[in-house]
Design a protein. Structure first.
Length: 200
């Protein structure tokens, strides 16, 4: 649960001036938390955090290590690397959702965070959609057709499924570039449990 409509952003950077700058950019629209090294970032992280802005080069626990440990926790948070390191091929194995090269701007940070929070909502809708599909399948297997046709609750279920289908399709259209498409797939993959008996 977030305490503002905008969501909660954890800012992680060993440069306190950078953290202060980002906080000024963001505090009117989001709840902000701050951490100045990797261990502190992991202490501050919980399921109420929507987005982490993560510096890549920090003393002690690096941003890459923090990212790995965030993914191991499986808290469903979106992570944007915000770093002075120009991207190289090693980023292909990293589990971030976006990559911003410093120096960044107010507009770039805000648009990135808005996109990533929207991505979380998309994943939540996908998760709910799959849950409702499972419920519909279970009812179809256990109930006769005439029982389903007479059920107001089942009609509401079908209507919710149709609404979610339209919502998911509409949200997916907003992710047209390659980076956002990859992040969308990751969010969906995290949100949908593997069904029993599947090969995945």
């Amino acid at each position: 649960m977030t305490t503002t409509e905008g969501g909660t952003v954890l800012i992680v950077d060993d440069d306190r001036d950078v953290v202060r700058t980002y906080r000024r950019y963001l505090e009117e629209a989001y709840d902000t938390r701050e951490a100045y090294d990797g261990e502190e970032a992991l202490d501050e992280l919980d399921e109420s955090v929507d987005v982490v802005l993560l510096d890549r080069l920090m003393p002690g626990v690096s941003g890459g290590e923090v990212l790995d440990r965030i993914r191991q926790r499986d808290v469903g948070v979106r992570v944007a690397m915000v770093t002075a390191v120009d991207p190289d091929f090693d980023i292909l194995d990293m589990g971030f959702d976006d990559y911003i090269t410093k120096p960044t701007s107010y507009d770039e940070l805000r648009s990135t965070i808005d996109d990533l929070i929207a991505l979380n909502r998309h994943a939540e809708h996908v998760r709910e959609y799959h849950t409702l599909l499972a419920k519909r399948e279970a009812l179809r297997e256990s109930k006769a057709t005439y029982e389903l046709d007479r059920s107001e609750a089942y009609a509401d279920l079908e209507a919710r499924i149709e609404t979610l289908e339209r919502t998911i399709e509409s949200e997916a259209e907003g992710y047209t570039d390659d980076a956002r498409f990859v992040a969308t797939l990751r969010a969906i993959d995290e949100s949908v449990p593997v069904e029993e008996g599947s090969d995945g």
